[in-house]
Design a binder for this molecule. Structure first.
Ligand code: GTQ
Length: 346
């Protein structure tokens, strides 16, 4: 092996590299090319009881119209100020008060709404309205016009978006109000009729890859999950988990974000599972713990938890009733880009 002839950390050399806008890979190789994911996000749970008063206080200080969207962003403690809940995902709690409308806009970012508390609220997508009942999942996929309104009591939902992904690619476009095109197909219930019963129109446009279905009512998914659980042995690592799918291809609901519901029966603690995707959980019913990366984080109805990439996760039901959780993750990206890995403990 040839011997080196000058010091690696010579100040003159370092300065010259700086001046040339280059830097030595050998300083950062181990940090850049890691053997396993090293997320900056940490495991964390935001209890709903702590967030709701802050959100209502925000409601006294700013209108939905002034704010465009009245949202408290869930800042992961590992990356506070980055507006990320996991390394690649965004989460926020949005409040709409009676009489308010969060004004129509569209953007590159794909969004899901998981409803936590609601009376009367609706979201419209390209002009077609759907109800937002508690624990309904509503999607506003990339570049679709959307607005929120109709609340007759304070209405709160979890926003899940791919903001950090779009930001990293610097690919964000948005349009606000002004020139919203009229859509003669925006008739309440049309999309459900066309796609909601494992049927689809035969003149669909193949280029549209986000799911056309944008409303997954709690009444429907909770009945499926309960029936599935009754009729299927429980998976030791996943409990009973079902994925929300795109009826066009059976794949993820949006191009960047996947979404799931999980049931864990009383007395069960799942075996540890790691996945390359970062995930966000929201409690629906029952009481439990997310054991993640050596921490035990309590999760109940409407609480929101962050599970970073490759953290070993065990879900424990600590109550008497089934534990039901909603979750979303960036798995859809991982699979498309060839990043996806999963590891199941013995
Ligand atoms: O409702 O369209 O939490 O555009 C962040 C950005 C919600 C929304 C957020 C958004 C929205």
């Amino acid at each position: 092996m040839a011997a080196t002839t000058a010091p690696i950390d010579g100040a003159d050399f370092r300065h010259a590299l700086d001046q040339a806008s280059v830097s030595p890979l050998w300083d950062v190789m181990a940090a850049l090319v890691t053997e396993t994911p090293k997320p900056r996000a940490v495991p964390h749970v935001w209890p709903f009881a702590a967030l709701k008063p802050q959100l209502l206080e925000a409601g006294r200080r700013i209108t939905a119209e002034q704010a465009e969207r009245r949202v408290l962003i869930l800042e992961n403690p590992g990356t506070a100020g980055d507006h990320t809940v996991t390394d690649a995902l965004y989460a926020g709690l949005q409040l709409v008060l009676p009489g308010e409308t969060a004004p129509v806009h569209r953007h590159t970012q794909s969004a899901l709404r998981f409803v936590l508390e609601s009376e009367g609220a609706w979201t419209s997508v390209d002009g077609e309205p759907v109800n937002m009942a508690p624990f309904d999942l509503v999607l506003t996929p990339s570049w679709r016009w959307h607005e929120h309104g109709g609340a007759v009591a304070p209405t709160i939902w979890l926003d899940g978006l791919d903001i950090p992904i779009v930001q990293r690619f610097s690919a964000g476009f948005a349009e606000r109000e002004g020139n919203v095109p009229a859509n003669e197909h925006a008739i309440s219930g049309r999309t459900r009729a066309a796609y909601g019963a494992n049927l689809k129109p035969t003149n669909m446009q193949a280029a549209e890859t986000d799911t056309p279905l944008f409303h997954f009512p709690y009444a429907v998914w909770s009945e499926s999950l309960a029936q599935y659980a009754q009729k299927t042995p429980v998976d030791p690592h996943r409990g009973w988990t079902l994925e929300f799918t795109n009826p066009r291809d059976g794949g993820a609901i949006m191009r960047t974000i996947s979404a799931f519901v999980t049931m864990v029966p009383p007395g069960m603690k799942t075996k540890a599972r790691r996945q390359s995707a970062g995930a966000v959980f929201a409690g629906v019913s029952g009481a439990g713990m997310l054991h993640v990366g050596g921490e035990a984080l309590g999760i109940g109805p409407r609480d929101v938890g962050a599970v970073p990439s490759w953290a070993a996760l065990e879900i424990e039901n600590t109550g008497e009733a089934p534990l039901v959780l909603f979750s979303y993750s960036d798995r859809a990206c991982h699979e498309k880009l060839g990043f996806w890995k999963e590891s199941l403990s013995q």
